[in-house]
Design a protein around this ligand. Structure first.
Ligand code: PEP
Length: 260
């Protein structure tokens, strides 16, 4: 089964609107001459404050899609500071990142909240990018697989097979995020294959074959080719290296050197 790769840039809490404008201009210039049929799906996830601007700048361009970095699961109401799926859809988002380790760690997001968000995103016609990952302590104490499996089972609980097949998972070992330490590609591929197996257990094999599972954690232009040559890695969620158009564009073009 061939799965279309994804290269997704998570801009986190960076960039004023003027900086977002320059960054997206640089990305658009970099992908302009690429052959769309050979390209990965390119996604950018700016802050809420830059979504409208970036949405306008990529409008009508089928080579790039917009993601938000978070949402609330309710559609409206007294939830000060929150943003609903419908509002993000209205701005042109196709994807919403949920369960990023920074949100779990600093904003106490639980598996149950992430499951509610996944359901609300899919019900609203958008697609979740569901993050999971282990701490260094969990890795060193040998509980990586059971921890990730339980995050995935909880996030996908109650979803139909067709909704699971459309969703995206990002395996991001927390110790590799923003640290410059990339997870060894063979090990990342092993964990991602394990995740695919968990997806198969909660759905069926064609769903598990369809779902795209990304790797995230200090991905750079120099690492992406090896990562994309692995059997189960379907793309990357990129933080730091997505904040410069040159490095993000190089990641995209380097990823295309690997036949899928
Ligand atoms: C991320 O935050 O999703 C991420 C993978 O960051 P970085 O690429 O900077 O490690």
């Amino acid at each position: 089964m061939s799965r279309r790769p994804i290269m997704a840039g998570n801009w986190k809490m960076n960039n004023l609107t003027s900086e977002s404008k320059s960054l997206i201009e640089g990305i658009l210039a970099g992908i302009k001459d690429l052959n769309e049929s050979q390209m990965p799906e390119v996604i950018v996830a700016p802050t809420f404050t830059s979504l409208s601007l970036v949405s306008d700048m990529i409008s009508g361009n089928s080579k790039i899609a917009l993601a938000a970095q978070n949402c609330h699961w309710e559609s409206s109401g007294a939830y000060t500071g929150e943003v609903s799926v419908e509002m993000l859809k209205d701005l042109g988002c196709s994807y919403i990142i949920i369960g990023h380790s920074e949100r779990r760690q600093y904003f106490s997001e639980t598996d149950e909240m992430i499951n509610k968000k996944a359901k609300s995103i899919l019900a609203g016609g958008l697609l979740p990018i569901i993050c999971c990952g282990e701490t260094l302590e969990q890795r060193e104490s040998g509980v990586t697989d059971e921890h990730i499996a339980s995050q995935i089972r909880a996030a996908l609980s109650g979803l139909s097979n067709s909704d699971i097949a459309k969703s995206v998972i990002a395996y991001e070992p927390i110790w590799a995020i923003g640290t410059g330490k990339t997870c060894d590609s063979v090990e990342a591929n092993r964990v991602i294959a394990m995740i695919r197996n968990v997806v198969k257990e909660v759905s069926d094999s064609s769903t598990a074959d369809s779902i795209r599972i990304l790797y995230g954690g200090s991905v750079k232009p120099a690492t992406i080719e090896e990562q994309m040559s692995m059997s189960d890695i379907d793309g990357a969620l990129i933080g730091g290296a997505s904040l410069k158009a040159d490095s993000f564009n190089e990641i995209i073009t380097n990823s295309m050197k690997v036949a899928v």
